[in-house]
Design a protein around this ligand. Structure first.
Ligand SMILES: CC(C)(COP(=O)(O)OP(=O)(O)OC[C@H]1O[C@@H](n2cnc3c(N)ncnc32)[C@H](O)[C@@H]1OP(=O)(O)O)[C@@H](O)C(=O)NCCC(=O)NCCS
Length: 190
C-alpha cells in the first residue's frame, strides 16, 4: 500500500473516488459524486491517495482557506474493507507534511455528528457549548477520537449545523511550532 499524490489525470482513479464518496456519504454525494470529485481536483487544493494493487483505498484532500496559513481537511475517507490498518493516519501525516511545505501552520476540519454518535448531539449546545465540549463522550465510534489520536483538538462546535441536535465538531492542529512564545504578546512585524 502506498500513499502518494492523487493522479488527477487518471480517469479510473476519479471514478473510484466518486464511488467511494457515494458509498460513504450516500445522502450528500449519492447523486453528485462526480461533480464533487471535480471540485476536489481544483489546482489550489491538495489531493492525496492511498493505493493498494492499483485500487484506490483511501483519499484525503485539503483546501487553503486562509491564504496559505490555515488549511481545511476535506474530505478524509478510507475504503470500508481497509479501515483500522492505519491508512487514515498515514494519509493525515502525508497531507500535513504537504501543507507545511506550502506555508501552512494550522490544519482544521469539521466532523459532523448527524447520527447521535457523541454526547454533543444530546444537548442544546447554545446553552453552554464550551462545557459540553469539555465533557464530550464518544457514544458510537465517532471519528473525532481518530483525529484526537492524530493530534487534533476540539476547538469549537456549530450547534444544529446539520439539523436539530446534529452539530458539526470543529477540530484543529498546529503543524509548525511558533517562532516565539505566543502567550507573550509580541508585536507582529507584517
Ligand atoms: C475515520 C477513518 C478515516 C479512519 O481511518 P482508518 O484508516 O480506519 O484509521 P486508522 O487505522 O489510521 O486509525 C488510527 C487510530 O484511530 C482509531 N480510530 C479510527 N477510527 C476511529 C473511530 N471512528 N473512533 C475512534 N477511534 C478511531 C484507531 O483505532 C487507531 O487507534 P490506535 O492508534 O490506538 O490504534 C475511516 O474510519 C473512515 O473513512 N470513516 C468514514 C468516513 C469518515 O468518517 N471520515 C471522517 C469524516 S470527518
Amino acid at each position: 500500500m502506498i500513499v502518494t499524490e492523487f493522479d488527477r489525470e487518471d480517469p479510473s482513479m476519479k471514478v473510484q473516488l466518486a464511488d467511494m464518496l457515494a458509498l460513504t456519504w450516500p445522502q450528500t454525494y449519492g447523486a453528485n459524486a462526480t461533480t464533487e470529485v471535480d471540485h476536489l481536483m481544483s489546482s489550489e487544493r491538495l489531493a492525496i491517495a492511498a493505493i493498494d494493487n492499483d485500487e484506490l483505498v483511501g483519499f484525503v484532500g485539503a483546501i487553503p482557506q486562509y491564504g496559505n496559513t490555515g488549511w481545511e481537511i476535506h474530505p478524509l475517507v478510507v475504503r470500508d474493507s481497509h479501515r483500522k490498518q492505519r491508512i487514515g493516519a498515514r494519509l493525515m501525516t502525508f497531507i500535513e507534511d504537504e501543507i507545511e511545505t506550502r506555508g501552512g501552520i494550522t490544519v482544521y476540519l469539521g466532523t459532523d455528528d448527524e447520527k447521535s454518535q457523541t454526547s454533543l448531539s444530546h444537548l442544546d449546545l447554545f446553552e453552554d457549548p464550551l462545557t459540553a465540549i469539555s465533557k464530550i463522550e464518544n457514544l458510537d465510534h465517532h471519528p473525532y477520537e481518530f483525529y484526537e489520536k492524530q493530534g487534533y483538538k476540539i476547538v469549537g462546535v456549530i450547534p444544529d449545523a446539520n439539523g436539530w441536535n446534529k452539530p458539526d465538531i470543529l477540530m484543529a492542529k498546529r503543524i509548525l511550532q511558533p517562532p516565539y512564545d505566543l502567550n507573550k504578546k509580541q508585536p507582529t512585524t507584517d
